[in-house]
Write a protein that binds this ligand. Structure first.
Ligand code: C2E
Ligand code: MG
Ligand code: MG
Length: 813
């Protein structure tokens, strides 16, 4: 330590040492400032600034060294070799440039200190090369320990300087780094000089032709000042350039920031493209593509195009192209693109503006879908269906194939709506649509035309049977029991089939034919499929005429009633009559009730007709003996309509008939449709005092549980059981079981449709049964009733005897 101190204070000219120190500080500042620029500037200018930093640092430390050497007052005359001296400058510039490059460009934590250490090594190399280029006329002896210490310290300080410079861009960081670098240079110089001992030697005193300086003290000082000024000039230029560049860079950055903020404020994605490669873009563009700016810069723009083209070069601003961009997640983004040429930086470029039109497109697609589809079931609507039908027919023309057209309609859908509400109706329609689709082949096009009306096009159907089979499959599928919410519904559908070109070639005509076939399926009892028959057209016309005539007949009260007697088997007494409606049309003659009652039900005329029947029957029955009741048929439509109770009440009031003399006949269908509602209406009727009979028992679901659940007074076993009863053992068993059960429950039994004594006899001895059938009497007109009332009628005697005979016959058996 003393050696170093002695060297500094005694062996150096302290004024020149001060100049060297100043030079060192200025150089260190210049070095750090220029190296910092290399970090702050864009990549393209980085190498240039690294070279400037290497040069400024190299020249600075070389100048410091040179002036310090001149400050060294060697005891012998000193001479400097030009090549070695200049060479040491070259080596310093080169190694230090490498050091800065490593410190600035390196990417891990070690590269900054490593680069700094390299700079320290460069400074040391320069120092010892410089000394080697000196001729002091004496032999140089080095203290190896101090030399190593000098080098290590220089490397450490320089490493610290590089770390601080790279990590702390602030002014304080800059000064801190410069201080560390200064310490590195100073410590190297003085410790290394302290390590040097000059030993006089005569051989070393020879003057060399290549010397730049002689030992003259005056000229040495002049040289020191000159070198110092030159170094200050070089370093000063470097420093000035760094400060100016930093200032300009800051302004440029502010300007860029302003531009970017402006670009980011737009709703459009903007990308600047040069030679097909993206140079820059706003954040909206990145957002649209779900990518970072770093991912997009330098990417060819065509890589983003999934479908469509960008507008061609030179296209006008107003012309927008449509294309699809690929987003990060692989999805396509629909955009509208405009293009404009401009100069970006200094180069001619293209600016593309992308507008996201996916929302508009989605809305448009949705509107188109809505215009063509039914919102409830999602099936095509009538409009779309007609288009599909036309297209299928067109195709079939060309390929010479057949097309099936089916119209479907739910049976009694209106009732579901009326009874359970529209929400249930809607759910039912959805379920039916699903079932329909499941039952159809993949090529079929199903549509909902309106309410409960569906239609299906079957392109390329093999033949008529094929189409009918498919329609039947749909009807079967729709007809199987269905649960909507907590409701168990039993719906059915009917279908009408027509075939192109067998039945017709025009779409309107085919639609009409499928409708007619459907109508026929309904007329035949629903829940079935009919195909088109040319006779159907005429039948339909007739049916429409029948509807009009029936409406008029009801309106003008041209209907009439017949009454079919009912007699007790035990004593043959007439207990009542069933009122049966009759229509004797002027043109058609008598129309069977099976025909016109159904038409009345389908058209809703039944309500008016039903209340007329009720009034007329009650009016008539008032005139009969008090023991005779009148039975009136009530159709399910009347039952469901809600004012049946009122209508019964008003018929009783108007006629003055005692309620217990009126009996309402309903069929099982009424009960199945909606048990709860049926029960309420039956109870209300019951509370009026009228009797309740279940008609046609055994033809429907024949649920014996109805007998217990509903307040019936009477069951009427259907005439289908009576026909040939004596020949049908099974029918006998069923009839007997039903009679026994009813008897147990206290319900009276009417056997309908007994036509001869054999059938009667087959019933056995059952005096409490009531008989209604042609054997007893056909339905009578009002005028005929009075004569029939005679209890001593021989036929009735015969019936009574027959029952007793049956009993005898059974006893014998
Ligand atoms: P229903 O209520 O079962 O009436 C009995 C039907 O059986 C009557 O036919 C009657 O003439 C017939 N019939 C009675 N005994 C015999 C027999 O021994 N042999 C045969 N082959 N038939 C017999 P009709 O008058 O043709 O009535 C048919 C159906 O029309 C009735 O069946 C009923 O469901 C309905 N109907 C008749 N009048 C009315 C009415 O005023 N309102 C309503 N809603 N329906 C009615
Ligand atoms: Mg009846
Ligand atoms: Mg009946």
């Amino acid at each position: 330590m003393y050696r170093v101190f002695y060297c500094l204070t005694v062996e150096h000219d302290l004024r020149l040492v001060a100049v060297a120190a100043l030079l060192c500080v200025v150089s260190a500042l210049g070095a750090v400032a220029t190296a910092r620029r290399a970090i702050d500037v864009p990549a393209a200018r980085r190498t240039a600034w690294l070279l400037v930093a290497g040069f400024v640092t190299g020249v600075g430390v070389w100048g410091t060294h040179f002036v310090s050497m001149l400050a060294y007052e060697a005891p012998f005359p000193v001479q400097y070799h030009l090549a070695g001296t200049v060479g040491s400058l070259g080596v310093a510039v080169f190694v230090i440039s490498c050091g800065w490059t490593l410190a600035v460009r390196g990417r891990n934590v070690l590269t900054a200190p490593a680069g700094g250490a390299l700079i320290g090594a460069g400074i040391a190399t320069m120092h010892f090369m410089g000394i080697d280029a000196m001729d002091v006329g004496a032999a140089m002896q080095w203290d190896a320990g101090l030399v190593v210490a000098a080098i290590v310290l220089a490397m450490q300080f320089a490493a610290g300087a590089a770390m601080v410079m790279t990590r702390f861009p602030s002014r304080r960081g800059l000064f801190g780094a410069a201080t560390l670098l200064t310490l590195g240079v100073v410590s190297l110089h003085f410790i290394a000089m302290g390590a040097l001992t000059l030993v006089p030697s005569s051989a070393a005193a020879a003057v060399d032709a290549g010397l730049v300086a002689t030992a003259s003290a005056g000229s040495l000082k002049l040289l020191a000042v000159t070198v110092a000024l030159a170094v200050v000039l070089v370093v000063g230029i470097g420093l000035f350039a760094a400060v100016l560049d930093q200032h300009l860079g800051a302004r440029r950055r502010a300007e860029m920031l302003r531009m970017r903020t402006l670009a980011d404020a737009t709703f459009e994605g903007i990308a600047v493209v040069r030679d097909g490669v993206m140079q820059d873009m706003n954040s909206r563009f990145c957002e649209l593509l779900q990518l970072n700016r770093e991912d997009l810069v330098n990417m060819p723009i065509n890589k983003l195009i999934l479908e469509g083209d960008l507008p061609p070069a030179g296209s006008e601003d107003a012309v927008a192209a449509k294309c699809y961009l690929r987003r990060r997640d692989g999805t396509a983004l629909s955009v509208q693109v405009r293009r404009r040429s401009m100069v970006f930086g200094q180069d001619p470029s293209d600016v593309f503006a992308f507008r996201d039109v996916s929302a508009e497109e989605h809305a448009r697609a949705r509107m188109t879908h809505l215009a063509h589809h039914d919102t409830l079931t999602g099936l095509p609507n009538r409009l779309k269906f007609r288009e599909s039908l036309e297209a299928a027919l067109q195709q079939a023309w060309q390929t010479d194939t057949m097309v099936g057209l089916i119209c479907f309609d739910l049976d009694r859908f209106k009732e579901v709506n009326d009874v359970h509400g529209h929400a249930v109706g809607d759910d039912l329609l959805k379920a039916v649509a699903d079932r329909m689709l499941d039952a159809l082949p993949g090529t079929a096009i199903a549509a909902r035309l309106s309410g409960d009306e569906f239609a299906v096009v079957l392109p390329d159907v093999a033949d008529r049977n094929d189409a009918v089979a498919i329609a039947q499959r749909v009807v079967n599928s729709v007809g199987s029991p269905l649960t909507v919410g907590s409701l168990h519904l039993k719906v059915s559908a009917s279908g009408g089939v027509t075939i192109f070109p067998l039945d017709g070639e025009d779409s309107d005509r085919l639609m009409n034919q499928a409708d007619l076939a459907l109508y026929r399926a309904k007329g035949l009892g629903r829940n079935q499929v009919c195909d088109f028959d040319p006779k159907l057209g005429q039948m339909m016309q007739e049916r429409r005429l029948l509807e009009t005539d029936l409406a008029m007949a009801i309106e003008d009260e041209l209907l009439d009633l017949n009454f079919q007697p009912q007699a007790r088997l035990g004593d043959g007494r007439i207990v009542g009559y069933e009122a049966l409606v009759r229509w004797n049309d002027e043109r058609r003659g008598p129309v069977p009730p099976s025909e016109f009652v159904q038409v009345a039900e389908e058209t809703g005329l039944i309500l008016k007709m039903g209340s007329w029947v009720l009034r007329a029957a009650c009016r008539e029955a008032v005139n009969w003996p008090e023991s005779c009741r009148v039975a009136v048929n009530v159709s399910p439509a009347q039952f469901r309509q809600g004012n049946l109770v009122m209508s019964v009440q008003s018929a009783l009031d108007a006629s003055g008939l005692a309620p217990e003399r009126l009996e309402i006949e309903i069929t099982e269908g009424v009960l199945i449709d909606d048990e709860e509602r049926a029960l309420n209406v039956l109870r209300a009727l019951k509370s009026l005092g009228v009797g309740l009979a279940i008609d046609d028992f055994g033809t429907g679901y024949s649920s014996l549980s109805y007998l217990r659940a509903f307040p019936f007074d009477k069951i009427k076993i259907d005439r289908s059981f009576m026909t040939g009863l004596h020949l049908d053992r099974e029918a006998q068993i069923i009839v007997q079981a039903t009679i026994d059960l009813a008897r147990e429950l206290g319900i009276r039994v009417v056997v309908e449709g007994v036509e001869d004594f054999e059938e009667l006899e087959a019933l056995g001895h059952q005096p409490d049964l009531v008989l209604q059938g042609y054997l007893l009497s056909r339905p009578l007109t009002r005028g005929q009733i009075a004569g029939f009332a005679d209890q001593s009628d021989p036929l009735r005697q015969q019936i009574v005897e027959c029952i007793s005979g049956a009993a005898r016959h059974r006893k014998k058996a």
